[in-house]
Design a protein around this ligand. Structure first.
Ligand code: G6P
Ligand code: ZN
Length: 542
C-alpha cells in the first residue's frame, strides 16, 4: 500500500451552494473531479491525526466515491473514519454520529432530494465537529482552495469491505464500519414517548410512511415497525435504490403523489409522511388534509412540550426568511424568541450551539431541533406521532385548532425550473433595481408597504450574509419573496414564496391557491415573470 501524489489542475465551478457541492453524476465521475474537491476539503479543515464520519444516501456512485474518499483520508494522514455500513448514512444520522463520537467532522455524499442515477445528481458536503453543515466562511475557503490546487494525495489500495460491521485498517488509518441505524434509533427513543406511540399503534392507529426508495427505509422500518409496533408494510418504498427506483425523492405533494392520493382517498390511514433522498426532509399529511411545512413547524413548536425530550419548553424558534410567519406567532405566545435566517440549514447552527433556539424549520420541508445539527425528517414525523398520541385528536383537528387560535398564514411556493441563468439573473437584477420605488404601489387591490433585499447579521458571530432574497411586503400583511435556488443543477430555478395572513375566525378554511390568488397575480405582475422567463405558470407548486 503506497501513498501517491497525483498532479492535477483546478477545475472551474467547484463552488458549494446552499448545501455542499452538487453536480450531475457524470461531472462528479469526471477525471480528478471528486478528488480535487475532497483534497480542497482536507486542505481547508486539516486532516492529520483527525477522525471523520463518512456516509451517504446510497445513490449511484456513493459506493465508489466512498472508497476514493477513504483512500484520500488515509493518504492525507487521518487517524480514523467511522463509516455507515455500505457507505450509507442518512444526513441526520451522520450529524448524530459526528456529535456522539466527538469527531472532527464528516463528509456526507448526497444530493438530497435531487434524483439519483448515472445521469442524475451527486453531491458532497462537509459537516463541522458540531455536526452541522460548514458555514459560508469554510465553504468559501474550500472553493478558493479548488482554484489553486496542483495535486492530491491518495493511497493505492484495495477496496475496504464496507459491507460488514467491524474494524478495518487502511494504511495507518482505522476504518470503523458501523450499523447506520442503531445509534440514531436510540437517539429518537430518548426524545419521544415511545410507550405512548406504541399504545396508539396498538389501539389501531394507521400510518403510511413513504421512504421513496431512499435512505430512510431501513431507519423507518426499524423505528416505526420494529420499535413502535406499527403494522408491517406501514413503510413503503422501503428499500433504498441507487436511482431511487426512478422516483424523485422529494417529499412534497407533487413528487410524493402516491402518498397524497392515498391520504386524500377513501379509507385513508390516520397519518401519512414521506422523507427525501438523504432523510433530512419530511412531509406530513393527515387524513384528507395536507400540512404545509410552515404550519407543521408552528404546530410542532406549539406542542413540543408534550414530548419527553422537550418537556422543559423551548428556548426559541428559528425559521428561514421565506418560511411563513406562523411559527413567530407561536413563539410570541410562548414568550420565547423567534429568529429569521437566510435559506440554508447551516444558518441555524450558531443559534442551536448558543442555546438561542431549540426548534428550527424551513418551508422547503425541513424541520429539526438541537438534537443534531441537520434537519431531520424522521424526527419531525416522530414528534407528530408523539403529539397525536398525547392529544388523541386527528391531524385535521390539531391543525384547524391551531389556525383558530393563532390565525392562518396561507402559504405556497411556486417554482419555475430550468430557466436560462442569464434570464433569471436579469429578472432578479430588475427587481432589485426597482426596490426603492415599490412602496406605495397598488396592485390587485393591495398596496406595497415596503421592499428590500434580505440581509442577515448572525447574532452569534456577527457575520453578514447579504442578497438572500427580495421581499415585498403589503399593507394587509401579505408578502411575496423572490429568490433563486442554490441547490439546482440545471440552469436557474426561480422560487416565488407567497403568503397571506387571515386572523379568523372566518375565512380559515379556503384552498391555499385560491386564497392566495391576488398575491400570485401581483407576484407575476411585479417581477414580469413571463416577460423574463417565458413561463406563465410554475413547474412545481408546494
Ligand atoms: C436544502 C437545504 C435547505 C434549503 C433547501 C432549499 O434542503 O438544506 O436549507 O432550504 O435546500 O434551498 P434552495 O436554495 O434550493 O431554495
Ligand atoms: Zn435532503
Amino acid at each position: 500500500m503506497s501513498k501517491i501524489t497525483v498532479k492535477t489542475q483546478p477545475i472551474a465551478g467547484q463552488k458549494p451552494g446552499t448545501s455542499g457541492l452538487r453536480k450531475k453524476t457524470p461531472v462528479f465521475m469526471g477525471p480528478h473531479y471528486l478528488e480535487n474537491f475532497v483534497q480542497a476539503i482536507f486542505d481547508t479543515v486539516g486532516t492529520v491525526g483527525k477522525t471523520f464520519v463518512l456516509g451517504g444516501d446510497g445513490r449511484y456512485f456513493n459506493d465508489r466515491a466512498a472508497q476514493v474518499i477513504l483512500r484520500m483520508a488515509a493518504a492525507n494522514g487521518a487517524k480514523r473514519v467511522i463509516v455507515g455500513q455500505g457507505a450509507v448514512l442518512s444526513t441526520p444520522a451522520a450529524s448524530h454520529l459526528i456529535r456522539l463520537n466527538k469527531t472532527d467532522g464528516g463528509i456526507i455524499m448526497s444530493a438530497s432530494h435531487n434524483p439519483g442515477g448515472p445521469k442524475e445528481d451527486f453531491g458532497v458536503k462537509f459537516n463541522m465537529p458540531n455536526g452541522g453543515p460548514a458555514p459560508e466562511a469554510v465553504t468559501e475557503a474550500m472553493y478558493k482552495r479548488t482554484t489553486e490546487l496542483t495535486e492530491y494525495h491518495i493511497l493505492e489500495a484495495q477496496d475496504v469491505d464496507l459491507g460488514t460491521v467491524g474494524r478495518h485498517a487502511l494504511g495507518d488509518m482505522v476504518v470503523d464500519v458501523v450499523d447506520p441505524v442503531a445509534d440514531y434509533a436510540d437517539l429518537m427513543e430518548s426524545l419521544f414517548d415511545f410507550d405512548k406511540i406504541t399504545a396508539m399503534f396498538a389501539a389501531g392507529f394507521r400510518m403510511r410512511m413513504d421512504s421513496m426508495c431512499a435512505v430512510t427505509g431501513p431507519y423507518a422500518v426499524e423505528i416505526l415497525e420494529r420499535r413502535l409496533g406499527a403494522a408491517k408494510g406501514t413503510v413503503t418504498h422501503e428499500v433504498p435504490l441507487p436511482d431511487f427506483g426512478g422516483m424523485h425523492p422529494d417529499p412534497n405533494p407533487t413528487w410524493a403523489h402516491e402518498l397524497m392520493a392515498e391520504m386524500m382517498g377513501e379509507g385513508a390511514p390516520d397519518f401519512g409522511a414521506a422523507s427525501d433522498g438523504d432523510g433530512d426532509r419530511n412531509m406530513v399529511v393527515g387524513r384528507g388534509i395536507y400540512v404545509s411545512p410552515s404550519d407543521s413547524l408552528a404546530v410542532l413548536a406549539a406542542n413540543a412540550h408534550l414530548c419527553k425530550g422537550y418537556r422543559a419548553g423551548l428556548k426559541g424558534v428559528a425559521r428561514s426568511m421565506p418560511t411563513s410567519a406562523a411559527s413567530d406567532r407561536v413563539a410570541a405566545s410562548l414568550g420565547i424568541a423567534s429568529y429569521e435566517t437566510p435559506t440554508g440549514w447551516k444558518f441555524f447552527g450558531n443559534l442551536l450551539d448558543a442555546g438561542n433556539a431549540t426548534i428550527c424549520g424551513e418551508e422547503s420541508f425541513g424541520t429539526g431541533s438541537d438534537h443534531v445539527r441537520e434537519k431531520d425528517g424522521l424526527w419531525a414525523i416522530l414528534m407528530w406521532l408523539n403529539i397525536l398520541a398525547v392529544r388523541g385528536e386527528s391531524v385535521e383537528a390539531i391543525v384547524k385548532g391551531h389556525w383558530a387560535k393563532f390565525g392562518r398564514n396561507y402559504y405556497s411556493r411556486h417554482d419555475f425550473e430550468a430557466i436560462a441563468t442569464e434570464k433569471a439573473d436579469a429578472m432578479m437584477a430588475a427587481l432589485r433595481a426597482s426596490l426603492a420605488s415599490l412602496a406605495g404601489r397598488k396592485l390587485q387591490g393591495m398596496e406595497v408597504s415596503g421592499a428590500d433585499d434580505f440581509s442577515y447579521t448572525d447574532p452569534v458571530d456577527g457575520s453578514v450574509s447579504a442578497k438572500q432574497g427580495v421581499r415585498v411586503n403589503f399593507t394587509d400583511g401579505s408578502r411575496i419573496v423572490y429568490r433563486l435556488s442554490g441547490t439546482g443543477t440545471e440552469g436557474a430555478t426561480l422560487r416565488v414564496y407567497l403568503e397571506r395572513y387571515v386572523p379568523g375566525p372566518d375565512g380559515l378554511d379556503r384552498d391555499a391557491q385560491e386564497a392566495l390568488s391576488p398575491v400570485i397575480a401581483a407576484a407575476h405582475e411585479l417581477a414580469g415573470i413571463e416577460a423574463f422567463t417565458g413561463k406563465v405558470a410554475p413547474d412545481v407548486v408546494t
